[in-house]
Design a protein around this ligand. Structure first.
Ligand code: APR
Length: 245
């Protein structure tokens, strides 16, 4: 039995979402049932080293997403979060941090989404010293003819945070600021395996927030025990929990 959260009790709500929230929209998660990473060879898992050796792999994943993007719709879970944000009174703040790159929260109407791992719909120069700014980009590139930077000639890359890359300063700062004052932390559709997002629950607990996990399966790391774990599909649970039904 899922009980509606007494949301009026909480003034600073932080929501963290992961790939699981977009499964009902037709996207695969990375881990767990149907996980993308279960099919990729280690040398193909997108990290900074592999990107330099083989930028095609990450561009393939991103261009696949760009190809289907127009047909991708936010599901009831995305819409429930957007509803919560839209109906928050002026002295209640709802901060949404996502690990996802699919833009579905924005499509659902969420504002000021903190994209901790970047976006599949932005492109930037792979040369860190180049001053080409990251830009919105829905272009689907031919893998044998990847784009290069108009300023310095280096290859262009998706504006994503790959494994062993740092979280951009702005997104890290915004996340830390929201977590510092939060009194309710809800993690949705994430395996809790990738730092620093996997540590957010500890920060929230440290400041005395109530912590709630909504996920299809239990998390492996037992020490991140949430105050409340609701196992199941986010698209079924969230509308009830956030009082839309
Ligand atoms: N409702 C709720 N949870 C779900 C659903 C659903 N409908 N479907 C799947 N899940 C759960 C899975 O059981 C899994 O535990 O969502 C979780 C998704 O975990 P991951 O695939 O690991 O996604 P995430 O936690 O976002 O990964 C973090 O790792 O690969 C990198 O950069 C990538 O942002 C990603 C990061």
């Amino acid at each position: 039995m899922i009980e509606k959260l007494e949301l009026t009790k909480y003034k600073q709500i932080v929501i963290l979402t992961g790939a699981g929230i977009s499964v009902a929209s037709g996207l695969r998660p990375f881990r767990g049932p149907g996980g993308l990473w279960t099919e990729l060879a280690p040398e193909d898992i997108p990290n900074a080293t592999n990107l330099r050796k083989n930028p095609e792999t990450i561009w393939q994943i991103v261009c696949e997403l760009r190809k289907i993007s127009s047909g991708l719709k936010p599901n009831a879970a995305h819409l429930a979060i957007a509803y919560l944000q839209a109906n928050a009174s002026k002295d209640h703040k709802v901060t949404l941090i996502t690990q996802n790159m699919d833009g579905l929260h924005q499509k659902a109407g969420s504002k000021d989404v903190i994209e901790l791992h970047g976006s599949a719909f932005r492109t930037k120069c792979s040369n860190e010293n180049c001053d080409l700014a990251a830009y919105e980009d829905n272009e689907i590139y031919e893998l044998n003819h990847l784009p290069s930077c108009s300023k310095c000639g280096s290859f262009l890359r998706p504006d994503l945070v790959l494994f062993d890359e740092p979280i951009p300063g702005k997104e890290e700062w915004l996340s830390k600021r929201a977590l510092r004052d939060c009194d309710l932390f809800i993690a949705i559709g994430t395996s809790g395996t990738v730092f620093p997002a996997s540590n957010f629950v500890r920060s929230a607990k440290y400041v005395g927030a109530k912590t709630v996990l909504i996920n299809l399966e239990q998390l492996n790391s037992s020490e991140t025990a949430f105050d409340q774990e609701i196992l199941g599909k986010a698209e079924e649970i969230l509308p009830i929990l956030l009082g839309m039904e």
